[in-house]
Design a binder for this molecule. Structure first.
Ligand SMILES: C[S@@+](CC[C@H](N)C(=O)[O-])C[C@H]1O[C@@H](n2cnc3c(N)ncnc32)[C@H](O)[C@@H]1O
Length: 300
């Protein structure tokens, strides 16, 4: 997707003489563009898939480019080529590997698609500080394949309940929040950042109906919300020790109350606290709900 490649290169903002580490060689096109701009000796690209890497090598040679191509797990970076002035990941992550930061110079720029388990993802443009921390903003939405080691196999619906037994004694209520209004990429991002162990599924899809399921990765609770096109009230069933629909609704209401911010108002800091997503300023972290908040004794 050329617009995505070029917007990420614009965010990377390379300068003559910069050394760049790319994670995810893929076709080799981005590596070729970087070589064209910075010279072969300044570009290292890591690809985990041997066949994909071999094809990229052939293509790059044919086009007259000779970057250092490494076949291996890009989550480890490539220490032999460090230090880097720029690091660009062309696969997405939920956790930025420490090696990428450790192999970058202070002041280096790291560009990577980042997203929570629930869904929603955006490209983060982060600067490496002297203390080895990262800080910066999201610069636009994205939808990349996940870095191989960070792909999660989430439990299937029948790990929580037999769908034929639904509503299975769950607590019933109604909501005026339409399940269709929580499913855009930015909604999913805002919800997923606040409730990091939440994930969803959709079932029973018909012309004007579907069932949205919510689960926690710990397998403790489930909720369902039935969408009916044009309705003003929707049936909700919740089971387990958490009320996952209520957690989602609180997360959506927080996003709504902030003026429905887009990706460009969010930023990310990675430091001793872990990955902290903030709104407008690093001093304004996005609240955490559910299990994380409970563990810290906060209200959900
Ligand atoms: C969207 S493609 C990259 C596009 C590429 N930059 C280009 O110019 O065509 C994502 C690539 O990341 C690779 N990938 C996934 N996990 C990886 C990992 N742990 N280390 C290195 N590459 C990985 C995939 O095999 C895939 O080729």
């Amino acid at each position: 997707m050329p617009t995505m490649v070029f917007s990420m290169l614009a965010a990377l903002d390379v300068e003559p003489g910069n050394r760049v580490l790319e994670i995810g060689t893929g076709t080799g096109w981005n590596a070729a563009l970087l070589c064209h701009r910075l010279g072969d000796l300044n570009v290292v690209s890591v690809e985990v898939d041997e066949r994909v890497a071999a094809e990229a090598r052939t293509r790059l040679l044919a086009a007259g480019y000779h970057p250092e191509l490494v076949v291996g797990d890009g989550a480890r970076g490539y220490g032999e080529g460090a230090p880097y002035d720029r690091v660009v990941a062309t696969c997405s992550v939920g956790n930025i590997p420490g090696q990428w930061v450790g192999q970058a110079r202070p002041g280096a720029v790291l560009v990577a698609p980042w997203g929570p388990v629930y869904g929603g993802e955006a490209v983060a443009r982060l600067t490496v500080t002297r203390a080895g921390m990262l800080n910066g903003r999201f610069v636009g939405s994205s939808a990349f394949m996940r870095l191989r080691e960070q792909r999660r196999t989430l439990p299937p619906t029948n790990a929580f309940l037999d769908p034929r037994a639904w509503p299975a004694g769950g607590a019933e209520s109604t909501t005026s929040l339409c399940p269709d209004d929580v499913g855009d990429w930015i909604h999913m991002f805002a919800i997923g950042v606040q409730v990091p162990d939440l994930f969803c599924r959709v079932s029973d899809v018909q012309r004007d109906l579907y069932r949205l399921w919510l689960f926690d990765t710990g397998g403790t609770s489930w909720a369902s919300a039935d969408h009916v096109r044009g309705a003003g009230s929707f049936r909700v069933v919740q089971s387990g020790r958490r009320r996952l629909w209520h957690e989602l609704e609180s997360a959506w209401c927080w996003w709504d109350a902030q003026g429905r911010p887009g990706f460009d108002r969010f930023g990310l800091t990675v430091d001793h606290r872990g990955h902290v997503v903030w709104l407008d300023e690093p001093s304004a972290p996005v609240p955490r709900r559910g299990r994380d908040a409970r563990m810290r004794g906060e209200a959900v």
